[in-house]
Ligand binder design. Sequence first.
Ligand code: ADP
Ligand code: MG
Ligand code: ZN
Length: 625
Amino acid sequence: MTATTVTDARLLATLKSSFGYYSFRPLQQEIMRCILHSQDVFVVMPTGAGKSLCYQLPALLQPGLTVVVSPLIALMKDQVDGLQEQGIAATYINSSLDQWEIARRQAAVARGELKLLYVAPERLTLDSFLGLLRSVKVAFFAIDEAHCISEWGHDFRPEYRQLRALRHIFPSAVFGAFTATATRRVEEDVRAQLGLQRAAGFRGSYDRPNLYYRVLPKKSAYKQLVEYLRERKGDSGIIYCLSRKGTEELATRLSVDGFSAAPYHAGLESNERRLRQEAFIRDDVQVMVATIAFGMGIDKPDVRFVVHYDLPKSLEGYYQESGRAGRDGEPSDCILFYTYGDAVKLRRFIDEKSSEKERQVALDQLQKIVKWAEGEGCRKRAFLAYFDEALAAHPDLCCDVCGTKTAKATSSSTRMDKRGGEAQHQALFDRLRALRKHIADERGVKAFVVFHDSMLKLMASELPITLRDLQQINGVGERKAAKYGNQFLTCIKQYLSETEARAESSSSERSLTRQTTVLLPPTIRTTLDLFERGRSVSEIAISRSFAVSTIEQHLVEAIGKGALTELERLVSAEKRRAIGAIMAEIGTELLKPVIDKLGDGYTYSELNYVRAFLTRKAPKGESHG
Ligand code: ADP
Ligand code: MG
Ligand code: ZN
């Protein structure tokens, strides 16, 4: 296989244009460089660290097809929907499709029309399918959830065994194994099975920097829970209970109290389970009250909290379950309600176990989580120690212990700030969320396929009003901006004008001025600031890497809000008078007739500035010359 030369600049440019992101997360770029240099990789990074991007982005920059092997059939559609929304040629082939559809997609593969193909491992045992892949150029095999190939792993899947043959069938393809959990022993095993002994190894930290851990005394737990849920209105979350009965009772109680909650456990019929899972992912149910049967293969990125109402059986299990929060990197909560009584209860179950060995293992695990819950040190540090890792830099979001001791000032206030920015325009965020749900339902895709929560939050604080502004938001790529941008911008503008109207009718002149300044989107404030410091429109455009027209629009907006009243540097006094006179005569609706009347020497920009000035919402009584 020929090594593809791709510069870091090209990687970064594609990251923004296709995926909308500005920077790489730790290890991503190093991993991509290896892949693009035809070097096999073995990657262990925690949930939410961004493993998918490591194979999705190189797939776009390489000739040939990238085949992604994943056992999670239920997730393939969402992942592919997400890629297609970004304008990426991707599809999946699995048993959920009928023969006709499979044939159609295989034909597209044969014609070389695709960059990414998602399949379940079973498919790679079919001779006809292997024949198809052999007839096209497979550049890269990405084996996701690679721990499934190992019997030592926690989720062994026999069908993964078949992947051993791939290396021999496709000797020139590059291979990558990706997993969130692999002990050294599992890693060795996976490498041996897949023929990846010489693959470059990458291990990310187990720390999840956006998760905040808390252990609360399980006393009046229901009351505490309800208070918490009221605070997190509209957010998605999971509440884990030990027993099926427990989930039913708690879900009922929460529903009676007005929350959108549903129970989920292995005792439900499989169709019912699927429906509830879908409802949760589609945000039709906000809180899933579940046993640990819920979670495997739930790839919802915006789960904002995971509450354990009962004590989990092991620290490792707790790490996995709580780790389902915040895959999208946004601040999220992990709460454990703890009482020693729960440990006693679990002990009784353990005593019923048959073999002495099982009993010992289970007791050992229980002891570790009890120690963790009762511990007085930093919870993240203790977590990482369990995985033989030291906590490097102290994260912004850590735990209740740090929160009440030394780190209180930093940890909890950063946390508030992060949310506090959302809080300012919470109403707008809610509207954007509703709009997103509407669009997603209409298109038959999951809400997060349209935009992630993190992006909506940025919209609600940055208040973009042009497509260009919108594209500055981390995660908003070219395609999505073009596709949905206007709907979201309309929603934002509508919100801004309503809020202004309210301010106008209800408050004094002084507070109106204040309100107006507050309502100026940050990006416009930045432009205005530079302008007031003497920079010209084109200088600002260059320094901010914006189009000149965008900067002009920012200034028009600022003038219209009464935040910029000095127009001399934009339009000369003489021209202002001439333009004003004609506008007074024929109105400000249309600019074409105005410019026609003025004759040569005038630009639409100048007309726009003057119009904004004449129709601005300036506080009454202000005088301007
Ligand atoms: P993993 O498979 O490691 O659990 P994913 O690949 O599902 O994680 O990524 C988790 C989330 O992080 C996704 O929403 C993804 O879009 C986002 N993400 C990945 N890389 C970046 C990045 N460089 N910047 C911002 N967000 C990213
Ligand atoms: Mg993944
Ligand atoms: Zn801590």
